[in-house]
Write a protein that binds this ligand. Structure first.
Ligand SMILES: Cc1cc2nc3c(=O)[nH]c(=O)nc-3n(C[C@H](O)[C@H](O)[C@H](O)COP(=O)(O)OP(=O)(O)OC[C@H]3O[C@@H](n4cnc5c(N)ncnc54)[C@H](O)[C@@H]3O)c2cc1C
Length: 413
């Protein structure tokens, strides 16, 4: 069967690319290995789909080539995204810059994309995995995931929108990377990002389940590489929470390079070490007969108090009146700079996105066309661009998908 444009992947970028290409008058086929479209979109924003964000700064998008994402995003920005979705029926709800559909249902987003594609004549084939892309371009070989039957399709233009390899149960199993490399592209090594961190430090088990606001600084070989603030959560295996997800891509890369990594956690960001020392002194003097552990009640979660005392190498039963200045500064150090060794991240299964992917130097940002192969386009998470939490990864998928669809659909005519 012949089409003007074939799109591999009915995820965020592929669904938007299909609409953009069809609006140019092209015949479009979208192929997906899963049994329905947009499985990952359905999981976004806890099922509510945080589909973009009012705040767009350059550090929201990370890549070995940060200028690339900037160029693409300027062609189809937040305002165009909101307008695009509003025209399809998604009435936006904004919470501190984060946009969700007013329905608070990710399924609405998938539904409007499919309704618009169908109205434009886009065909969708599900439960078909693209195995291979061959010449004459483009011959696409697929295999049914149900009965293993093979099919051949032909198209003038091919858009690879197959995602990365994060959360593979939602469809993107890394086969997009194989298709891209078989067509001459190179990869920046894909690694888990927006992912929890593992620690060998024994105290994690003791504080497992404790949630608290903190400032977290990540270090690689003793050099600071990233810093974030927000609610952290200690777990059996290490540490989680939004600030941890945000810095995880830097640690993923540093660990992959064999560097020694650790976090320093500040549980009292509003007080300087001197102010904190003064506060602790005052408390200790006020109740001289309390044990140190009793004296810390009400400062932090009791499990955390215990760990702070232990990591300061102090005795929790020490009477407050016997604690001297150097012991107070040991407590201050642990409260402001608790060290947590990091020796890994959780796997791709737990990661929300991948960092790394197809080298963006091989792609033209104004069209998303490959510089290696004419009429081939690459979009979305498949490329070496990862956003921070907050709607940025979907924005990247919409922007790159729209650019590619428009270019592939138009150039065909
Ligand atoms: C739990 C979770 C929550 C998230 N929450 C948010 C959020 O709130 N906001 C945000 O901005 N981002 C969020 N993200 C990230 C965001 O969902 C992704 O970055 C985005 O969906 C990537 O879009 P994509 O089109 O590149 O790839 P995908 O959406 O992964 O789509 C790729 C599609 O290609 C198909 N495919 C892959 N290989 C083949 C093949 N060989 N043949 C046929 N089909 C193939 C897959 O089945 C899949 O449907 C979240 C991710 C996860 C996992």
């Amino acid at each position: 069967m012949e089409y003007d444009v074939i799109i591999v992947g009915a995820g965020a970028s592929g669904l938007v690319a299909a609409i953009a290409a069809a609006r140019q008058g092209s015949s479009v086929l979208v192929i997906d290995r899963k049994e329905k479209a947009g499985k990952k979109i359905l999981a976004t924003g806890n099922g509510k789909c945080n589909y973009t964000n009012r705040v767009q700064t350059t550090d929201c998008y990370r890549s070995d080539d940060s200028a690339f994402a900037r160029k693409v995003l300027s062609c189809f920005d937040v305002n165009q995204t909101l307008k695009f979705f509003e025209e399809l029926g998604i009435y936006p709800k904004e919470r501190e810059g984060y946009y969700y559909p007013n329905s608070e249902q990710a399924t609405s987003v998938v539904q409007v994309l499919i309704m618009e594609g169908t109205r434009l004549g886009v065909e969708y084939h599900y439960s078909e995995a693209v195995l291979e892309v061959m010449e004459p371009h483009y011959t696409i070989i697929t295999e049914s995931t149900e009965d293993k039957r093979r099919h051949n399709y032909h198209s003038e233009k091919l858009i690879l929108a197959a995602g990365g390899c994060a959360s593979p149960s939602l469809g993107s199993d890394g086969s997009g990377y194989q298709l891209a490399t078989s067509l001459g592209h190179s990869l920046i090594k894909p690694l888990p990002a927006l992912v929890q961190l593992k620690s060998p430090d024994k105290y994690c088990k003791t504080v497992s389940g404790v949630r608290t606001i903190a400032v977290v600084t990540a270090f690689a070989d003793q050099k600071p590489i990233a810093k974030e603030e927000g609610e952290i959560i200690f777990t059996d295996y290490g540490i989680s929470g939004i600030p941890i997800l945000q810095i995880s891509r830097f640690l993923s890369k540093a660990l992959d390079q064999g560097r020694n990594c650790h976090l320093e956690i500040d549980f009292m960001k509003d007080l300087t070490p001197d102010q904190l020392s003064e506060l602790l002194d005052k408390r200790l003097q006020h109740y001289p007969n309390q044990t140190l552990e009793e004296n810390m009640v009400g400062l932090f979660n009791h499990k955390l108090n215990y760990i702070i005392i232990k990591e300061a190498k102090l005795d929790p039963f020490l009477p407050s009146k016997r604690i001297n200045a150097s012991e107070v500064s040991k407590l201050v150090k642990q409260i402001k700079q608790l060290k947590l060794t990091i020796n890994g991240t959780n796997s791709f299964e737990n990661a929300q996105v991948c960092c790394g992917g197809v080298n963006t130097k091989e792609v033209e940002p104004s069209t998303m066309e490959s510089k290696k192969n004419k009429d081939l386009y690459l979009v979305g998470e498949l490329l070496d661009v990862d956003g921070t939490c907050g709607g940025y990864n979907l924005q990247w998928a919409w922007s790159s998908g729209y650019q590619a669809g428009t270019a592939a659909g138009k150039l065909n005519k």
